[in-house]
Write a protein that binds this ligand. Sequence first.
Ligand code: SF4
Length: 333
Amino acid sequence: MKEASFYTLSGDKISCSLCPHNCLIADGKRGICRVRKNEGGKLITESYGQICSLNFDPIEKKPLYHFFPGSIIFSAGSLGCNLHCKFCQNWEISQTGIEEFGNLRTSSPKELISKAISREGNIGIAYTYNEPTVWYEFMIETAQLAQKEGLKNVMVTNGFINPAPLEVLFPVMDAFSVDLKAFNDEFYKTITASRLAPVLTALKMIRKSGRHLEITNLVITNTNDDEKEFTEMINWIADELGKETILHISRYFPMFKMNKEPTSHEKLQSLYEIACDKLDFVYLGNMRSGLGQNTFCPNCKTEVIERIGYDTRIIGLDEEGRCRNCRQQVIAK
Ligand code: SF4
């Protein structure tokens, strides 16, 4: 446990400004994320150094397809989340706090780095599994140390973070994998207990920062799969973030409080085609299909990366990430 950052006293309560919920927290109570607590007028991050999951994962699992493709990244997560998505795939760890959950190991940032560098070929650390925003202090301290060791830092996030704390992350975070859960504020309010606008602001800030960005949109049957709304989202991405923005359209399966049918292949294919009209790099995730797996040069259409599951083969890029056929830059280096 450690004192949290980004809070002020507001009367006899604490006002946390880490995320756009801006919780007002009475003494002895926690914020919406369940892991930040007012203890006698001090905001405490209860999940500091509390580790729930640790794995060496393929980078494609984050999902990041254009950031060191084919590499392994040490992935760490804790507990808690500032969203309450009814379809959460990791609800056992995201929708709980430290007191309710047993089996946590503790680690200092230094110990985590030692583990990360113990595996040859590991490119860095991904802060993932639960929402790393609510693990902010531990994440940033670890990321600063990791950077000194020459490791890359990756944040897998819902993007519901206030601008000031996000800005502080840019010097140490190399890549962001952000969920854009729908292009509909009502969906955000009723299905995730948050709001759309702050996520769009965060996406624009990340793009402007020059850090690597990939977006994932999980498509849920009869919930956020309206093609008109999806087209509006694609237009917004192309106009505000650029047509080179990498988009993963992901298939939904029933989970937690959501029991709609899994997304049909026909629907995913149709949305894939809509997205490909505007964006250079569109992928289909969470489904067995040859479609939407491989990377093609946006200029000459040569296949440059082939993927079968998490087996990734770079077949048409030079050392600088350019297409071998036409020299178009495909992967940022
Ligand atoms: S980080 Fe947690 S406590 Fe702070 S505003 Fe967000 S939900 Fe509330």
